[in-house]
Design a protein around this ligand. Structure first.
Ligand code: GLY
Length: 436
């Protein structure tokens, strides 16, 4: 099989996807829309209007694109995958019905409840008066969530009533998140380490990629405000009984509930879990690869990403997975674990602009060392300006290290970050420091 693939998006996740596709023995022709300076080294970047679905379909038909991989959630929630499929294009990414799991948190909770999957208790509100009345009945801390997608900024863990009231009013009265915040969830706060589980499914069959752990807070020791993610590592080593619990009590019932509702799903379903003292619970779903998790999960693939995504898009995942049977090195109970290499570890440390996740300066010159095979830099918020490569975002890049164990992978990630320069570069020094 050879072919051409279009990757939609222009962040770190998409550079990681393009990098992995470029290592495929199939040597696919790779396009990225819009891509970034990292993808430009491996793919042809194309300026397409992602909101113009008809134009996207035309481009794919004219170029003979065999597969589209949609990176970010916005186009999926808006139904881009549906338009492309109607145009006869194979797509890795759910249609609008499936993407609602990320675009509507109340809907996701309903699916979880119907599937009998553990998730924190919640109530939904559309007015601040009713929300504030309910808040007075809750224990602190409390979690307030905008129901719609808000680029990772629509969730607040509030230690005090005043904080919770302010966030509720931000959403419902001041409409800080626009339509995405006109309905909110008030949710019980639960505690434990988080785990990101990426479920690749064609709606019938599925495989679980290596579990990863994001570090969402800006500050070391998990302090300060939430960000899109400041670093991650994979695989997280889990006890076999926990692997089986996640698979049997979370993944299987959710996929069965989607089938029961006749919701097709071909792509990756990201389950954000919390490993509580009472077992794993689902905090959220995303309808796409996580970022920065993708930067550490994809390099561990034994499977060819191009083939895996093409088989998923074609509804032929079950057949494809037969060549990756369970083995002694794969945690029992982790369905499809054979697609990943469990003998290696991967760590990414995000280099951010000073001030992120608040305001930050852009346009600072960036110097990036070359890819050694054991460590490399993923572009997230960079662009090419008049003077060359420069910063263009809060999370500017991911420094990735790969090794036989976590210490080696971590040391390599920090070493390549030390060789990376831009004014205002800031990062957490404790990514993956606590181990599993
Ligand atoms: N790293 C969190 C996310 O991708 O949503």
């Amino acid at each position: 099989m050879t072919g051409s693939v279009l990757v939609i998006g222009g962040g770190g996740r998409e550079h990681a996807i393009v990098r992995q596709l470029a290592s495929s023995p199939q040597r696919p022709v790779i396009f990225a829309a819009p891509g970034n300076p990292g993808t430009a080294q491996l793919a042809r970047n194309i300026a397409l209007d992602l909101a113009d679905a008809a134009g996207m379909v035309r481009f794919c038909q004219n170029e003979g694109i065999d597969l589209v991989i949609v990176g970010p959630e916005e186009p999926l929630i808006a139904g881009l995958a549906d338009h492309l499929r109607h145009g006869g294009i194979a797509v890795f990414g759910p249609g609008a019905l499936g993407a609602r799991l990320e675009g509507d948190k109340e809907f996701a909770k309903e699916v979880l409840r119907a599937a009998g999957v553990p998730t924190p208790h919640y109530q939904a509100f559309s007015t601040s008066e009713t929300a504030l009345d309910h808040l007075d009945t809750m224990d602190l801390p409390v979690v307030v969530k905008a129901c719609g997608a808000a680029q990772g900024k629509g969730v607040a863990v509030c230690a005090t009533r005043d904080e919770a009231e302010a966030f509720i009013r931000d959403c419902l009265d001041d409409q800080r998140f626009g339509a995405s915040g006109l309905r909110i969830l008030l949710e019980d706060c639960i505690f434990g380490p988080e785990l990101s589980v990426l479920i690749v499914t064609d709606g019938q069959d599925y495989c679980l990629l290596a579990p990863s752990r994001d570090h969402k807070r800006i500050g070391e020791g998990d302090t300060g405000p939430n960000t899109g993610g400041m670093g991650a590592f994979a695989p997280v080593k889990l006890p076999p009984e926990l692997c089986a619990q996640i698979d049997r009590r979370i993944v299987l019932p959710v996929l069965a509930e989607l089938q029961r509702r006749d919701i097709p799903y071909r792509g990756v379903l990201y389950a954000g879990l919390m490993l509580t003292a009472h077992g794993p619970q689902v905090l959220e779903f995303n309808c796409r690869f996580g970022d920065p998790e993708t930067q550490v999960v994809l390099p561990l693939l034994r499977a060819d990403l191009f083939e895996l995504c093409a088989a998923t898009a074609a509804g032929e995942l079950g057949n494809y997975l037969q060549q990756y049977p369970a083995g002694d090195d794969i945690p029992a109970g982790w369905t499809g674990g054979g697609v990943s290499d469990w003998g290696r570890r991967c760590v990414v440390v995000v280099g951010a602009s000073d001030g992120y996740p608040g305001g930050y300066a852009s346009g600072k010159a960036v110097e990036v060392p070359g890819d050694s095979g054991e460590s490399w830099v993923i572009h997230a918020g960079t662009r090419v300006g008049e003077g060359g490569l420069e910063t263009a975002g809060g999370r500017v890049l991911g420094a990735v290290g790969n090794g036989a164990d976590l210490d080696e992978a971590r040391a390599r990630a920090y070493a390549i970050l030390a060789a990376t320069h831009f004014e205002g570069l800031t990062y957490r020094r404790d990514i993956a420091a606590r181990g599993d």
